[in-house]
Design a protein around this ligand. Structure first.
Ligand SMILES: [Mn+2]
Length: 181
């Protein structure tokens, strides 16, 4: 199975469209929250149009798993044809993949009950990375809309057959890649 993992769209129709274009037929999409609102601390992203983001993501609802971010409110659920989950867990290939927004669970505060080889995915920080601590992997796809620290807009790809994880920009460049073994 191939997963496209993206985060922190923050209402950018431009970025939602880019993600939709990268999503191939054999992929599932996981969105790690901060979907519609730009957030009071952020500038407006490119083509800020939350309702257009909803139209794009609603059209992908059959292949989409979504997480609620700290900028996502009750009304955001009302415009979404998919559920905004606080966390999402997937068990595959002997691993647990744990997905959340990242303001609660992250490198400094991992969720309980993980073992070596498990993977924790989150956004929130708008900085892409693949880190490892005590055999547990922490993956941030960055923000596909409002990256910080002069990073490019980015997203992650994970193949759950060989667990190769890549963080990509929208020009096809691989920013980071690592086997999450
Ligand atoms: Mn955010």
């Amino acid at each position: 199975m191939k997963l496209l993992i993206a985060s922190d769209i923050h209402g950018s129709a431009f970025s939602a469209r880019k993600i939709a274009n990268e999503l191939k037929d054999d992929m599932r999409l996981i969105i790690l929250g901060d979907i519609y609102n730009h957030g009071p601390r952020n500038p407006l992203p490119e083509q800020y149009a939350p309702m257009q983001v909803a139209v794009i993501l609603n059209s992908l609802k059959d292949k989409l798993t979504a997480i609620q971010g700290n900028c996502d409110s009750e009304v955001d659920q009302m415009i979404s044809d998919f559920t905004l989950n606080r966390i999402y867990e997937m068990n595959t290939g002997g691993k647990k993949l744990f997905f959340s927004h990242g303001h609660v669970y992250n490198f400094d505060n991992p969720p309980d009950g993980l073992k070596k080889g498990d993977c924790v995915f989150y956004g929130h920080f708008h900085i892409p990375f693949i880190k490892e601590k005590d055999g547990i992997y922490f993956i941030n796809p960055g923000s596909c809309s409002l990256p910080f620290n002069s990073n490019p807009k980015s997203y992650a790809l994970l193949d759950t057959d060989d667990f190769l994880c890549k963080i990509m920009d929208f020009d096809g460049n691989v920013l980071f890649e690592r086997f999450l073994k």
